[in-house]
Design a protein around this ligand. Sequence first.
Ligand code: SF4
Ligand code: SF4
Length: 376
Amino acid sequence: MEYRDFPKGAGRISTVGIGGSKLHAVSEKEMVEMVDFALESGFNTIDLAVETADVFPKVRKALEGRRDKFMLGLHLGLTFQEDGQYKRTREIGEVAGGFERQLAALGTDYADIGYIHYVDDIDDYNNVFASGTYAFALKLRRQGRIGKLGFASHRPDISRKFLEDCEFDLFMFSINPAYDLDPVTHNPLEEDLSSLNALSVAQERAELYRLAEKLGVGITVMKSLGAGRLLDDRTSPFKRALTIPQCIQYCLDRPAVLSCMVGISSVDELKGLAAYYNAGNAARDYSVIADMNLEGMQGRCVYCNHCLPCPSNIDIARVNKFLDLAQVGDKLAHQHYLNLEHKAGECVECASCEENCPFHVAVRDKMKEAQILFGH
Ligand code: SF4
Ligand code: SF4
């Protein structure tokens, strides 16, 4: 096992942790077995941004008598509807109540890490403050009911604003080689893009990682495997599968990254993650992505947003990203899609995006697919 120290305050985190996105599919017995294996192997953290409320009592059972061995990541602004399904909220009564109910269901009175849940647009960013969510989060940290305070986002511009305006210990951000790809250089390993006038996606993301490192704010990674899409030739934007060790190593090599939180639903999948630690340098080497050429990637979206502007103000990269994630079974992607201000159904088929896309993605078809899948 390998660990990294938190830049602020005490403690260290295993460089791979258990993500919550697939835990709804795990029985209580499997949860106990997973935690047994995790503790034997040295994993020390689990993130609980989960789809359904029934995950919490299973985690409670699995942690009985050993709560202190595991760092729990809970999310402020995540609550559950009466049927137990995930709901995101900024209503402060629901934020506070949701947090207390998560703790009660886990049989604990503190979260080792508390994230302000999933902030991906500027209105919601402002609402984090206007609703009192940020003040509440600071109070919880002062009281010791949250050990380390963070936020979760997929957006580099929003994350940067949080880093510049607030006092966080860490944040959860989606990173993998495809998300970091720049279609101008084709090369996600390339961070020196100073010849470009406007910030490219790759440059904006690389600058965020460097800023976090400079400020002493750690990053925990979500989507390090692209919800599994990067592991299969048929679904990877590279049209060539990467391995789990390659994806994890790529993320761990970004500045400020502490740990990859990988969604799993079985002990076997956890064993697959543990294999990272037995992989040698050659197996972890991801330099193959530097050789993946633009021609080989035609037709698959890498979420760069070079296709904008869209006359309907659709955030095409995020629609495509949520569509791709939902198609490989990520149910939270459906919820995230519903939070988008402009949905795929608003596409007027002007085709300007397809003229701008360096990967010749059939965006109009993707919008139709998204509209059918998500219903909007
Ligand atoms: S459709 Fe093309 S330009 Fe738009 S985000 Fe996807 S890859 Fe980038
Ligand atoms: S084709 Fe649709 S998604 Fe593309 S720019 Fe036009 S309206 Fe936007």
